[in-house]
Design a protein around this ligand. Sequence first.
Ligand SMILES: [Cu+2]
Length: 341
Amino acid sequence: MRGKRVVAALAGLPGLAAPGAAHAIAWYFQTPASDMARDIGRLHQVIMWLIIVIFVGVFGFMFYACYAHRKSKRHKAEQFHENTTVEIIWTVIPALILIAIVWPVTKVVIAQKDTSAADITVKVTGYQWKWGYDYIKGEGKGIHFVSTLATPRDQIEGRAPKGEHYRLEVDPDMVVPIGKKIRVITTAADVVHSWWVPAFGAKQDAIPGLRRDLWFRAERTGTFRSQCVELCGKEHGFMPIVVRVVSAEDYSRWVGEQKARLAKADTRSIPAQELVSRGEKVYAANCVTCHQPTGKGAPPAFPPLAGSKVTTGPQEGQITRNSWGNKASDVQPAEVKARRK
Ligand SMILES: [Cu+2]
């Protein structure tokens, strides 16, 4: 068991990475799923080896000099200052090394910033603590949803064993087609978050009031998981990112389903009981952490909803209306939709 782990660890050393071995090594890069991720991985390896060579060279020489010329050998120190040749060498060599690093790095950074001619554009908004997705250009334009953590509260609070994708699962996933250039515009509604999918080599801060963008082109289908990577508050570790890459046909089918869902988006009247059970689901996914399962909140930061004048007052104020003993008139989804306009 132990030997196996060591082998797996060695396989992950830069330059030695065997294909397929990456799954065994949690601390090394994920297997790339785009050219960009591969380029980034390659840069890492080249620069890492360069650093190792310099490190061993400099420290090797230093330790050798200390040892070979030690006092107990009665070595007499040389006294030389202002040696122009030495000074030129130790300026020129590092400068050349820097240029050798900067050149390929700049090429990759410029390629990362080229978000032009995208096939599909998705605006991603960071919220405390979930991600909003709006498809704003290309196939799927008009689709929007909020993607929240799907890991059950029981697993988080230790009442149930943790699942395979603990804290790396959401509902719903972001879906994109394979081989298409996807532009993601990042922004945030409250504090700074950061959207990152390591397998695509795509990462960008999501900053309130600003728009940044990134792009990726996924080269294989599958599910790619990640997390918010800018410390954004107490539930920072509970707003994962999941991107599902599918074939062109599957993507078109998904777009059709989403469009149908949005068109239906509740123009019909829904019985009160169903409203409450649907509301419960939304509450469990979005509100429960602060306002608590009892609806009593955590005052003063998070006021109680149970018995609150806001919850039972005019509809504009709140739509959480008939829970925890509250009694108020229903709000139909159609009414919410109408008010949004
Ligand atoms: Cu965040």
